[in-house]
Structure formats: C-alpha cells, structure tokens
Design a protein around this ligand. Structure first.
Ligand SMILES: [Zn+2]
Length: 607
C-alpha cells in the first residue's frame, strides 16, 4: 500500500482520478476529512503546512530575555497558542494510515514550500526523518499524463530545494517572531491600551520602509524656459523617386554606384515560455496576488503547469503536446516549430518547467470554459506559447557602395522582411520597411543638401502636481530587482502590509506604518540585509548546513533586538504635527487606532 501526501484537496482529487482511486471521507476527532482510497493507494491532502516552527518560551518572554532562538516544530496553531484542530485531526489520520502502508510518497507542490510541508509530515508525523525513508513524486502539471509519469518515476526528495524551504521558515520565525515581540513590548509599555501586535518581518519590513520613502505628494509652481538656435544640414541621396538620408560629409553633387550587395540575416524572435516573474511583469490587468491565486486555481484544474517557478525551460515532449493542441485552434505557418522554442535550451530548474497551458487548458480556453480572470491569464500565456514556436525573422538588407571619384563609402539602401507577415511576431507596433528601387552598378545618384535653421524654444511644465503612490505591481517589481522574497511569495507582501494596517487599501502608509518604518530604519533592518539573507539561503544545498545558517540568523536577530532595546521611548511615541505626544485609543482588537492631542484638541487616525 502506498500513502501519497498531496498539498491541496483538489490536487489530491486530480492525482486520485489519474491513478484510479476513489474519494472517501472519515470523521477524525469530530472533523470530517476528505481523502482518497484505492486497493493499493491512499491519498491524503495536507491542506498546507501541518507543522510550523515556533520559538520556545516566547509568549511570556520579557524584553530582557530576547532574542530566544530555540525552535520547536509543533502542530500548526490557529490563533496565538491554540492548536489548529483540523491540522491535528489530519495528522492523526495520516499517522494511522501510515501504519497500514509500505511506502510513503510526498506529492505536494513542486517548490520549496511543498518540500517543507511533505518533509515535516514525514519526520514529525510518520517518524521518517531520512530522505531515503520516503519517496517524492514531481509533476509540473496536474493532468493524468504527467501525474502517471511522475508516479512511475518516484524519486528521492530534492535536498537542495528542501533545505532552502526549511531555512526560509527558520529565518522568518527567528527574526520575525523575536523582533515583532520586542517591538510589541516597547509599544505596549507606552500604549498599554493598544491591543494589536506590532509585526515586523524579514521581508515585509524593508518593503514598508521603501513604501514610506516612496509615497509623496507635491505641488509646485515653477516656470522655466530655454531657447537656442540650431542649424542642421541634412544630406540626401536621390535615385529616381526615392531618397535616403546619409550622415557622411559629401563634397560633390553626384556619386556613382560601384557595387550593390544583398545581405540576408536571421534574427531569433522566438521567446521562451514565461516563469513567475515574467507573468508578474506581463499581466498588468490583475494584481500580483490575484494573478497568483488565479494561476493556482488553473493549476489545480489541470489547465496550467505549476505557477511558482523560476524555470523557463520546457521538455520537448511537453512542447510537442501543446503545439499539437495549439494548431487545432491557431493558424500557424509551417515555419512555426517546436525546435524554434528557446525553452528547449533554457537551463531547467531541477526538472521544473516554465508556465504554460496544458493541452487540457488550451481546450478549455477555446471551449469557453474559463472564467474572465482565467481567460485574461490564459490569453497572456497563449501569446507567449505561440511566440515560443516562432521562426527566426529573415531580413534582406541591401547596401550600395558609392564613389565620388576620390573615396568610396557604403550606404544601407533598403531593408525587407522575407517572412510571411504572420511570422513577424516581434513587432509591438507596425514597422515600416523601406523597400526602395535599387540602383545598378554604373548608375548615378544625386546628392541633395538641405539647410534647416530653427529656433528651439522649450517651456517646462510650470504647474507640477506630482503624487507618487506605488502600485502592487511596482512593489513586486522592486522586490524582484532588490532580491527580496521569492517568485513564489513576493505577491503576498503588499497584502500582508494592508492586513497589518501599515498601509491602507490604496497603498498609502498609515501613521502607524510611517512610525514602524522609522523604527525599521533606525534598527537597520534594511533591504540589503534581507537580500543578503536571501542569497545565503540560495547558496544552501545540504541539510547539514542548516545549523550554521541558523546561528548566523540568531546573530543578526541579536543585533536587531539589541538595536530595538537601545532606542529611546521618544522613538516609539506618536506625535501630532506640532510635536505633542498623542494619547492612543483602540476600539476592539481589530478596530482603528485613534490618536488624540490634548494640547491641540485634535484627533488623528493612526490606522
Ligand atoms: Zn498637538
């Protein structure tokens, strides 16, 4: 009997249907759990993380006790210290099914998080702590074909991916939980009436500091004016009805053609299939978070390959499958070929594939089975899918060699694209190609010079309204550029900052957000520091390296906590614009925080 652990329930259902296993449900600890049971296979969905790293003794710690760096992996908590009942029941079921099985197979999503989810269930739930104690199945798409392929090719878990997943959650917990606790303790000393926690995090905090520094609103009146004179001499070569502008100094009034050369070259215009970052950049119609959620849904329906990936690679077989389906709906000339795709030659990421619609996804799109948001995503992917097969662009460039009796020079006379127009996929706008009549050797070409004298006056915008508020897209772009977070997580951080009331729904920082950003800068939790952690995590390859990494993170945490301790009370105080201290009130644990200045008798919305 094989026990297969899937991530989402829908993924479990797709695996079950591919492997011919039927759905059942059991009551465990009063919770109804859906899973899948066949004669030789049982599939249980984990539904995300069942275990999470907590910091021992943190709940009742005082500022002087921090940082605490001993990690304890426990069953996921729902709120504060309460154990998540659903996770607990699921673990109990997995344990009892584990006893009946000969082999455990982790079939969670193919990324760092999926590895960590599966590994933690194996080591804490089933007592299988060595990677050779269980198997892993890897698939890029939830279609029967790829699921069966993966099940027939069980492998050992990818240690390099796993160690990155574990390192990330260790770093997030040690740093995030300790500095959040330290900040909350400092704020609560001053404002005991505020009930919410003041969260800081490795990635969210540098992002908040960036937003606070970026948002601005300026109105300026400032007239500015410049004037200068320009004389331009333009030289044209004229042959029959056409002219070509040239930039050489030419003395005479005519030139003779001494040679004509045609050069045909090929320009690669096919593009690889997209990875997560490419999709974030391309799909502007949806917020990054909405895009990820939609792609995730499409993946679970078997329409899209796994959307959290750095890979632009695609195996030939998969390219052939999607090409074969694509040509049923899209008219492509014979020059569109699987072999044109740069995705064949991209470096693969341990076998993970680029984002592409599956044949089932292409069918669903053209059969009108997708929702509007899914259609938006699918349309973008389809565009890349067609372009990945595009033939090289063949250009014919004609050069004319001219002589004035003394010297000679070569002019690019005209250019033509030889492909069929539908094969010209690289143009964003229609380009004009000059296909002029070409002179023959011995012909004369006239030289025409035109003098053009102009006064250039420039008036700069005198009334300038400049309001900068970053969008989620620009935030994700900035994080990508600075190396913060991963392609799988970046989209979540703007949402997190809104949930914390650090920025409002329009991405404008609240007074609380601005205050926390000030503190982030003072303690040195910078984007550079986080980028350094990310690159250290990327370098990890073995589980044995985790201990060293952990003590490095503990050192960083110690410094950050020390810096929080060193700040004065004044640094944590909310003030009115005139500098008076505000009294804070919070209505309910999730209610707005209001600040009141007793000197000015004015109220301020803190969150
Ligand atoms: Zn005041």
């Amino acid at each position: 009997m094989d026990l297969i652990i899937s991530e989402k329930e829908e993924a479990g259902r797709a695996i079950a249907s591919a492997l011919g296993v039927s759905e059942v449900s059991d009551e465990v600890n009063g919770r109804r759990i859906t899973y899948f049971r066949g004669s030789n296979i049982i599939i249980v969905p984990a539904k995300g993380h069942l275990y999470e790293p907590l910091i021992k003794k943190l709940t009742f710690a005082k500022l002087k006790d921090l940082p605490l760096t001993e990690i304890k992996w426990t069953v996921k908590r729902s709120e504060w210290v309460k154990i998540d009942k659903d996770a607990e029941a699921r673990i109990k079921l997995i344990k009892s099914l584990g006893e009946q099985s000969d082999q455990v197979v982790v079939a969670t999503d193919w990324d760092r998080e999926g590895e960590a989810i599966g590994y933690n269930i194996c080591r804490f739930g089933l007592g299988l702590s060595s990677l050779s104690d269980f198997k892993r199945m890897y698939f890029s798409a939830l279609t029967p074909k790829y699921i069966i392929q993966a099940y027939n090719n069980l492998r050992e878990m990818d240690e390099t991916l796993l160690v990155k997943g574990l390192a990330r959650s260790i770093a997030d917990s040690i740093i995030g939980l300790n500095i959040t606790k330290a900040l909350t303790l400092r704020f609560k000393q001053l404002y005991p009436e505020v009930r919410q926690a003041f969260s800081l995090g490795r990635v969210q905090s540098p992002l908040l500091a960036y937003i606070v520094g970026k948002v601005s609103a300026e109105f300026k009146v400032q007239s500015s004016y410049s004037e200068r004179e320009e004389v331009n001499v333009k030289t044209f070569l004229v042959y029959k009805d056409a002219s070509v502008e040239v930039y050489e100094e030419i003395e005479g009034e005519q030139l003779s053609v001494i040679n004509v050369e045609d050069v045909v070259d090929e320009v690669v215009q096919a593009i690889p299939l997209p990875n997560t970052d490419d999709m974030m950049e391309a799909v502007k119609e949806l917020s990054p978070d909405m895009l990820m959620k939609t792609m995730e849904q499409m993946y679970l329906k078997g329409w899209l390959t796994y959307p959290r990936t750095k890979s632009r690679w695609c195996p030939r077989e998969m390219l052939q499958d999607i090409y074969g389906e694509l040509v049923k709906y899209v008219e492509l000339t014979d020059s569109f070929k699987v072999d044109n795709s740069p995705s064949l030659r991209e470096a693969g990421e341990g076998g993970k594939t680029a984002i592409t619609l599956t044949p089932e996804g292409i069918k669903a799109y053209y059969a009108g089975e997708m929702s509007l948001v899914e259609r938006i995503v699918a349309a973008h992917v389809l565009e890349r899918m067609v372009k990945t097969f595009a033939p090289p662009l063949r250009r014919k460039i004609t050069y004319v060699v001219l002589s004035d009796g003394v010297g000679e020079f070569k002019v690019k006379w005209c250019e033509d694209i030889l492909n069929n127009p539908v094969e010209y996929v690289s143009a964003v706008v229609f380009e004009t190609f000059h296909v002029r009549e070409v002179p023959r050797v011995g012909d004369k070409v006239r030289v025409v010079k035109i003098k053009d004298k102009v006064k250039v006056k420039k008036i700069y915008q005198p009334y300038e309204l400049n309001i900068v508020i970053p969008t989620d897209h620009s935030l994700v772009e900035w994080m990508t550029y600075r190396g913060l977070g991963t392609e799988a997580t970046r989209h979540q951080f703007p949402v997190t900052l809104r949930t914390r009331n650090y920025i409002n729904t329009l991405n404008i920082p609240t007074m609380l957000g601005s205050k926390v950003a000030e503190i982030i800068e003072k303690i040195g939790l910078s984007a550079d520091l986080t980028a350094e952690m990310e690159s250290r995590i990327e370098e990890l390859g073995k589980l044995s390296e985790l201990e060293n990494f952990k003590s490095w993170i503990a050192d960083i945490t110690r410094k950050l906590v020390e810096n929080i301790r060193k700040l004065s009370d004044e640094d944590f105080m909310f003030k009115c614009p005139k500098g008076h201290h505000l009294q804070l009130r919070q209505y309910g644990i999730r209610g707005n925080i209001i600040g009141q200045c007793s000197t000015c008798a004015k109220k301020y919305i803190i969150t």
